[in-house]
Design a protein around this ligand. Structure first.
Ligand code: LLP
Length: 429
């Protein structure tokens, strides 16, 4: 246990990160159970218990392991999965299937079959084609499947283009035009094996303002009113997606949960009142907000290369394979030299990964004290979309995941070995 030592090293969740790096090796993903649970509890008190008829599901694409499923289950939240693989992990963890919501813009027949045979709580239909597959499979199994229909509300999220999904030109959701919507709705409400519960939208990820939620809710409630008038269809649920932004760097103005959820609930109430609609059950789907700040990654510094009058490259023993976000989205991170936490950050360095790519730069222009080989670097807010997006580029084994709890630390996912890299290979010549 590393909790009781008093050093000037950087501590995370009460643990000495330099000791953790020594004990478990680097790169190492480190997650705090307490932070994850506190986030879930904030959702419970600030949203679920503050408003009637609300549900929260954790978007597992942010970080998914069987242990994470256990934490989410014990905190009473549901789970959003987006592939057969994510569903499989939830099944193996024994997650209650009625609390699982199945997403995906191109679900295969097999994936839908898997979801229906395990009685997932909701399938979020992304394309009217899917309704035919659901109908056929549900009829075969003699089941009735509860679905939501995902729409693209035509609202752009103020975020990186690659993680903006609500705009009209999006691969996600059914476009918001009468013919497409009506085709999907009539198919769903005329089916013996489908129960249409309502609609879903997800505007984008890592959003820092609530405007786009408010605008989208106005659009969807108007749709609810039209469907009530045209088909007598009453939508019981409205899923407003995830997307709440978090703290990555000092430049971010991360907002509290209620900034998003209070404005969502107010927009639902105001619009429903105006249009004389019953208030539907409101669902939220945060991923990053629950787990992002609960994680850090520890690295060991290797080569330090100063190019006079240009910059100093500090190379670490990980990078793009364990965190592709800077290369993909130009994502920014803060980092701390963990063994020099008490030293003044009086210079600027560039933190480079060890991949054979000039684009493998984790942090441009980090303020740091003098850095040398062997130092331990802690990169902050890596809990979301790091482990889940990790890859083996340059045949790099993926790091272990360590879970820090109040009284003990445990490896939740083992470090990959070189043998693991070859496990699926055959020499065929
Ligand atoms: N619901 C749906 C339907 C989604 O597509 C997503 C994220 C979420 C919820 C959760 O969004 P969150 O609360 O985590 O922002 N790899 C990217 C993020 C992709 C997000 C995709 N969908 C990144 O590293 O920033």
């Amino acid at each position: 246990m590393n909790k009781i030592k008093h050093t000037s090293n950087y501590k995370f969740a009460g643990y000495d990160t330099v000791e953790l790096a020594k004990k478990y090796g680097t790169p190492l993903y480190v997650l705090s159970e307490e932070i994850i649970r506190n986030k879930c509890r904030e959702i419970k008190s600030g949203f679920l218990e503050s408003y009637e008829n609300t549900k929260a599901v954790y978007a597992s694409k942010a970080f998914l392991t069987m242990t994470m499923c256990k934490i989410i289950e014990s905190e009473g939240l549901g789970l959003d999965v987006v592939s057969g693989g994510e569903l499989y992990i939830a099944i193996k963890a024994g997650f209650p299937m009625e609390k699982v919501l199945f997403h995906g813009n191109n679900k295969s027949y097999d994936e839908i079959e898997m979801a229906i045979s395990h009685d997932v709580g909701r399938i979020v239909v992304d394309h009217w084609d899917e309704l035919y597959m659901i109908e056929e499979i549900a009829a075969k199994m003699n089941k009735k499947v509860k679905v939501l229909i995902r729409i693209a509300p035509g609202i752009e999220g103020n975020t990186h283009k690659y993680i903006s999904t609500g705009q009209k030109d999006s691969k996600f959701g059914i476009p918001l035009e009468k013919k497409s919507i009506d085709e999907a709705v009539t198919k769903a409400i005329n089916s013996k094996h489908i129960e249409l519960m309502g609609f879903h939208f997800h505007i984008g990820s890592n959003l820092s303002d609530n405007d786009s939620y408010i605008k989208s809710i106005e659009i969807v409630t108007r749709l609810y009113k039209r469907l009530k008038d045209d088909f007598g269809f009453i939508a019981k649920e409205l899923n407003t997606g995830g997307g709440y932004g978090i703290y990555y760097t000092n430049g971010d103005c991360a907002k509290p949960l209620r900034y998003f959820t209070d404005s969502i609930m107010k927009a639902v109430w105001d619009n429903c009142k105006l249009l004389n609609l019953d208030i539907p059950t409101v669902i939220i789907e945060p991923g990053r907000w629950i787990v992002g700040e609960a994680g850090i990654t520890l690295y060991t510094v290797g080569a330090v290369k100063e190019i006079p009058d240009v910059r100093t490259y500090v190379s670490i023993d990980g990078g793009l394979p364990d965190n592709p976000r800077p290369a993909l989205y130009n994502a920014k991170y803060e980092a701390i030299v963990a063994n020099k936490y008490d030293k003044k950050p009086d210079r600027i360095v560039t933190v480079a990964g060890k991949c054979c790519e000039s684009g493998d730069i984790l942090i441009w222009d980090l303020k740091a004290p003098e850095i040398e080989r062997g130092d331990i670097l802690a990169v902050l807010s890596t809990g979301a979309y790091n482990y889940s997006m990790a890859n083996n580029y340059n045949a790099t084994p993926r790091p272990a995941v360590l879970l820090l709890s109040k009284d003990r630390e445990r490896i939740m996912v083992e470090r990959e070995s070189y043998e693991d890299l070859l496990r699926r290979e055959r020499i065929i010549f």
